[in-house]
Design a protein around this ligand. Structure first.
Ligand SMILES: NC(=O)c1ccc[n+]([C@@H]2O[C@H](COP(=O)([O-])OP(=O)(O)OC[C@H]3O[C@@H](n4cnc5c(N)ncnc54)[C@H](OP(=O)(O)O)[C@@H]3O)[C@@H](O)[C@H]2O)c1
Length: 185
């Protein structure tokens, strides 16, 4: 059985800060649009993506992810939250959804979108081939940080056609879309 690509997507500031008090430290609508476009993109018509996150990182409005099934991870919730399709107890069970009926034929890419533990576990998983990490070129007050990852195993890619290469600027904040590709196990 071929494993589906497992990818991580995040935005982190110069200190690797990603969150504050349960929210993002910044307001960057175009960066969020880029995130949504990646979540909803598939290369084959009829396919969808599987979006996995911890309880505190779910996209509130499910209608923003029309081309995705979403999984919330929690060991304490007893029912599927209203903004998700599935509830799983751990990351591996969530990843398994993509390999089993009814989703196996339909899922193209598995995206892990936070928070810290899901990021950590996903980046150590052998199916994780890419890390999409927007570099917010500034520092913000943060209480949640993107975890370390193996920078010998993942190398920065240049010139991807669907990733703008130039520095972006929004609300006076500069940022750069980055993609790290796994080069070794
Ligand atoms: N900048 C970015 O790209 C980005 C992306 C995502 C999130 N964020 C920010 O990061 C913060 C949230 O991240 P976080 O790390 O604090 O929380 P989180 O991972 O979103 O949620 C934590 C909760 O999710 C459940 N959970 C997480 N990992 C799990 C696992 N492997 N297995 C089972 N359950 C799991 C647990 O719920 P139970 O306690 O119910 O078991 C845990 O208490 C927010 O500020 C958010 O805005 C930023």
């Amino acid at each position: 059985m071929t494993m589906k690509p497992l990818r991580v997507m995040a935005a982190a500031d110069s200190n690797m800060g990603i969150g504050i008090c349960g929210s993002l430290p910044w307001h960057l609508p175009n960066e969020f649009k880029y995130f949504l476009s990646k979540m909803n993109s598939v290369s084959t018509a009829g396919k969808k993506n599987l979006v996995i996150c911890g309880k505190g990182s779910a996209v509130e409005d499910r209608s923003l992810l029309p081309n995705c099934y979403s999984v919330v991870l929690s060991r304490t919730l007893s029912s599927v939250p209203k903004n998700a399709n599935y509830l799983c107890r751990d990351l591996l069970s969530a990843i398994d959804l993509a390999s089993q009926p009814p989703l196996n034929e339909e899922i193209e890419t598995i995206w892990v979108i936070g928070g810290v533990k899901p990021f950590e576990e996903a980046m150590r998983h052998p199916a994780c081939d890419r890390i999409y990490l927007t570099n917010i070129m500034d520092t913000f007050k943060a209480d949640t940080f993107f975890p370390e990852f193996d920078r010998d195993a993942f190398k920065l890619l240049d010139g991807l056609p669907d990733v703008p290469g130039e520095i972006q600027e929004e609300n006076g904040i500069r940022y750069k879309f980055q993609v790290f590709q796994r080069v070794s196990k």
